[in-house]
Design a protein around this ligand. Sequence first.
Ligand code: ADP
Ligand code: ZN
Ligand code: ZN
Length: 751
Amino acid sequence: MIARVTLEIALRREFDYLVPEELRDLVDVGTRVKVPFGHRQVLGVVTEVADDSPHTNLKTVIRVIGGRSLVTPKILELARWIADYYCCPLEIALKSVLPESVRREKESWKKRLHVRALTPAEEVPKLTKKQEYVWNIIEEWRELPMAELVRLGETTPDTIRRLEDKGMVVISEQTIDRDPYANEQILPTQPLALNAEQAGALAAVLAALGEGPSADAGAAGSGGRGAHTFLLHGVTGSGKTEVYLQAIARCLELGRGAIVLVPEISLTPQTVERFKARFSSGPGRTLVAVLHSHLSAGEKHDEWHKIRQGRARIVIGARSAIFAPVDPLGLIIVDEEHEHSYKQEEAPRYHARDLAVLRGQREGAVVVLGSATPSMESYHNAVAGKYRLLELPHRADDARMPVVRVVDMRQETRRQKGSPIFSVQLREAILQRLERKEQTILFLNRRGYATSMQCPACGFVAECPNCSVALTFHRREQKLKCHICGYDSPAPAKCPEVKCGSREIRFAGLGTEKVEDALKQGFPQANVSRMDSDTLKRKEDYRRILTEFRVGKIDILIGTQMIAKGLHFPNVTLVGIIYADLSLHLPDFRAGERTFQLLTQVAGRSGRGDIEGEVFVQSFTPFHPAIQYARRHDFVGFYEQELEFRQQLKYPPVSRIAMITLKGRNEEKVAFLAEHLRKEMEPMLKELEDLVIAGPAPAPLARAETFYRHQLMLRTRHMGSLSRRLSGLLQHLKLPDGVTATVDIDPVSLF
Ligand code: ADP
Ligand code: ZN
Ligand code: ZN
């Protein structure tokens, strides 16, 4: 028996190994193995099993990891597809489909020793005083954990082993599940009576579920017709989650499992609890496994294996949970499908939402993409009939959509002297909430105190030595920091230019820290708290701040995008967006789309209770379409005008992008190679008739972490053909030392 193995060390090829007699039953396609390679031992995945090999002098598989095949044939196929489409070696794709803690040899089940009493023999052997005391306890309990017995009997494991020698007890090892949520008290919930819109959406999903796997499902590469992919477009608070929950319930009844993808940032205890409360409490409970980056390695190992063993049939997790070995799979839900965090920013650069659609087609599972602000790509697919569109245009709890007021900050700047942080309207609205004991959320997607440190005397601006960006001033720490590479240095008290040394240093631009200070000064009666990655140093901080906010200890919460998502606070009736233009002027064709999404999401935090919410959007470009459509809660209006712009420039969703980035410390070398690469690509222009190559040009972030970056952007509607050609080209491309090339297919950001 021969195992063909893809090794973890990237070599872009497979190697044959002999499978020894004693491992034959364990080795199959998808098994993790340890094999000799040169003088080392390395890990790999069996991708094929054969009777013989064209090679001679084969080495032998050393060990099998995890007991049985870990990469199921379906997941292996998915990995192959990723390698092809996203232009990466199979071993890189395979690394992503298993969590680190499952791939490694080290992690295993947690074991606990148990002591069990045997049926008493005719005559009890002679026991010492100590042994007798312990035996009495065991007799009473019949069975208990060793550690517990040691404690109760005030004894040692040795004494208990003596009892085993005498044949009175057996000591055995038992596996125990590490459950990251073991200490939570979760009250069960019942399905809600759906409103007509929800019922309509659910009925469509259930009808598709009832049809079961389509006849050609599973035939790899056959590709379904996408008839089972839904786009659930529902405003924030429209009750999408309740639709998911009831669809999952039906899916379980049909004997199939479900995967729920949530953006990492929304994977809060609150979110997990909603699923556990419906399925994991009370009688007939189903295990819900959670795959979350904050779990310990051991917990991740156990959660994953519970799924592999079929014990947990619902999985909730971030991006990589799309690889969860749920089988048979009936339903995949991708909540907040427009979120960019579904795209992995290192190789393999896959998009979990796109993989969800693909996996659903291959395994005959229904896919539901949900969002209040669908991506241009998904909505375009829905309009084109590739996905079925389901709409929930109203809030479920009858709360009205918040009133959104756009404040023209150009006028405010004239009205108040200097550059005000709060407009008069926003200031008054905050005061009103304080009087009424209601809560306010303020949003600014930039941390720190000031975005740059300048010297008006000589024009000096503090820049990162490693990246082409200005350093951000953090006042509490008195430091200048780079938000790209993490570089920091003490903030100088005077201009560092030797010839200048002026003490008139100016801090320009606005961050959350400065807003916090301004709030404390302007509203001394209020309890103010800030939430950004600077204030959340420890894991518990996030929870603590949210709890304090929920119980009303905090009146005003200022934060970055981490407060924009999925939080429910009925007492929040005011949301202020301090500087809406921030995301609007990024050099990225998706800037308008991102701004529209962000404004809509943040506004959705307001007025979830019985009181109507109010939202203030402060902007210097108040008439920008992204702001105006968000103000009117008009997604379709935004989509249509944005599509026109994308069509003119041939950007997604009317084409697809492959971005090639060359990086190196020597800028000339990088620029030269980018030109060279462009010439190599020219023949492709003839083969792919709609291909457009733009660049090379320096990336918007021209230098990051000491590396210069030059980009080539390729656009086509036929990405499959393009990525195949790119793989070939890049494999044969000889790059000199110090220059690397990366390919990003369907990038979500152009930096
Ligand atoms: P979404 O996921 O679309 O933002 P949620 O599922 O969080 O919306 O629902 C918003 C609120 O409405 C929640 O408090 C939820 O319990 C409530 N809700 C959802 N469906 C119903 C319903 N059919 N009847 C009453 N309340 C509902
Ligand atoms: Zn100076
Ligand atoms: Zn830097």
